[in-house]
Design a binder for this molecule. Sequence first.
Ligand code: UD1
Length: 340
Amino acid sequence: MRVLVTGGAGYIGTHTAVSLISAGHEVEIADNLVNGKAEAVRRVEEITDTSIPLHVVELTDQEATDDLVAQGSYDGVVHFAGLKAVGESWREPLAYYENNIGCTTSLLGALARHDVKMFVFSSSATVYGANAPVPYQEDYEPLEAASPYGQTKVMIERILRDVAQADPTWRIALLRYFNPVGAHPSGRIGEDPKGIPNNLLPFIAQVAVGRREKLSIFGGDYPTADGTCERDYLHVDDLAEGHVAALDAIARRDPGVGAWNLGGGRGTSVLQMLRAFERAAGRELPHEIVERRPGDLPAFWADTTRATEQLGWTAKRTIDDTCRDTWAWQSQNPQGYPEE
Ligand code: UD1
């Protein structure tokens, strides 16, 4: 298939581009380069030994998006483009609603006009909110994310269901990611957060490489085995392969919308992650237990039955694989991608 990957210069987008190309698909990337990097796309070209057109475009610009889709002869789209920082979304909610929803509706309009009706959407486990029973199952309702970032995911899922209801020829996958971590084993591409990382693994990796003094563990008194929060971490290459499986599945299934959890199906605590990273980096890492972070849930993970049965996909890589690959990326690129 000819696949347009929006947000394809970002963390999950680059890894998914590699998996799509490895599976025999042809990939083009659209990105506004606000978070993504052109250098990351060059490295995907290097890893896959292919040439990948990079369209630098604001998808909120309907004319530019229409031109992009008109020239592409795409069979399908994997849509990652969007803002993704939870904390920032509380401070700048309008930017999140305008950008994430605006670029999706603009893109969907262009795709409908040019009859490209295969669409994979980058959703999040955050749509399950604070009350869903663990493990999270796809049929749970009502979806209700706490943050404006999470609300954009809930709303876009709703928009996609409405679009498919109005035109039943659409084939749409809503992929609810748990906690994506890790990097391509080459260490050439990986997660390159702006400023101080909010997420656990990038923070630990920056402690290990000497960019941060120590890890603050947010809360040691949760009702979990070791008192720290548990999350369902999955290797970004497993996640990337989940997109390839989802694209294949929606192409062969009846048209319509499906939601699938992409997770490893088990919880790992903050302390377990830290210990695994220490094994990968070969030394102990300074850390201290501090206050809980407001809004954190004690523990959640995915029920992955549906993805296994319907997509034929399961996460294969271990936490140790993940930490080894994150360390390969971070130690080879201590400051992330070079400034452009
Ligand atoms: C967060 C977002 C979620 C988003 C996901 C992307 C919140 C509330 N949720 O999930 O919407 O989809 O990132 O990956 O922000 N931790 C520390 N010290 C740190 C950083 C994190 O102890 O410096 C702990 C947290 O308390 C948490 C765990 O590590 O228990 C994972 O945190 P994080 O990587 O931020 O992911 P989530 O909060 O699960």
